[in-house]
Write a protein that binds this ligand. Structure first.
Ligand code: CAA
Length: 240
């Protein structure tokens, strides 16, 4: 029987690449999305990957969503990729309170909600992989991203603590910290700022989605069974 993988935010951006790469590696994949049904339906048509809509920043929604996914698989989730994330960039002195809360809920609290729901069965089956998507900006900070950087740094602490709890249960918990990757999210950065950022990347370019997806596939694989609690930086040599 194929292992099952659930990718949050799995129909767009980096998440779509992760879903496709896991499918190509032989997993049965489910991709979560929030509101963009048209893109999710198109993704499903192109890949055959089943898509499920819920808001990862809401615990009750996560509970319903995971139930649907497990019914669809006919078994529990073996690999969880906590990828869903948003930006609401602004300097802190101008940041609306709701933009702080929204980013923390979507990018950090979601990882707790989703993990809380899959860990009990992973403990029972003595196998699981949790892969949390952090960011170079959680590692180093970024102007205009106090909310995002706090959430993404929180993901790293969360990963380390949960890895310790799960270390003797056959479950590994790791993070991938992407640098700047060519997606809709980074396309939204002002052109002049994007150029400045590119100059700071030793490899000299933004990464591509596949370069993140392959790191996730590796951490999900049996070959990565002795790696837990780590953060894999995939960022073209930035700030190492
Ligand atoms: N490094 C150093 N200083 C910077 C900077 C940077 N990267 N970006 C902006 N600044 C400085 C500006 O030069 C300016 O300085 P002064 O006040 O001395 O002139 C000050 O910060 C304010 O900047 P802006 O004039 O741009 O302020 P704004 O209010 O018009 O815009 C902003 C603020 C929307 C945050 C804008 O600066 C911005 O978009 N910054 C980029 C944020 C960013 O990198 N986001 C990443 C999104 S992608 C992502 O998050 C994925 C991932 O994981 C990597």
């Amino acid at each position: 029987m194929k292992k099952t993988a659930l990718v949050t935010g799995g129909t767009r951006g980096i998440g779509s690449g992760i879903s496709k790469a896991l499918q190509a590696a032989g997993y049965e994949v489910a991709a979560n999305y929030n509101k963009d049904k048209a893109t999710a339906d198109k993704f499903h048509e192109e890949t055959g990957i089943s898509v499920f809509s819920w808001d990862v920043s809401n615990f009750d929604d996560c509970q319903r969503g995971i139930e649907e996914v497990c019914n669809h698989f006919g078994k529990s989730v073996d690999i969880l990729v906590n990828n869903a994330g948003i930006t609401k960039d602004s300097m802190l002195h101008k940041m609306p309170v709701e933009d702080w809360i929204k980013v923390i809920n979507t990018n950090l609290n979601s990882a707790f909600f989703m993990s809380r729901l899959v860990i009990p069965t992973m403990r029972d089956q003595k196998f699981g992989r949790i892969i949390n998507i952090s960011s170079v900006n959680g590692v180093k900070g970024q102007v205009g991203q106090t909310n995002y950087s706090a959430a993404k740094a929180g993901i790293i602490g969360f990963t380390k603590a949960l890895a310790l709890e799960c270390a003797n249960k056959g479950i590994t918990v790791n993070a991938v910290a992407p640098g700047y990757i060519a997606t809709d999210m980074t396309n939204a950065i002002r052109e002049d700022i994007r150029e400045k950022i590119t100059q700071g990347i030793p490899v000299g370019r933004f990464g591509n989605i596949e370069e993140i997806a392959q790191a996730v596939v590796f951490l999900a694989s049996d070959g990565a069974s002795f790696i837990t609690g780590t953060t894999l930086n995939v960022n073209g040599g930035q700030y190492l």
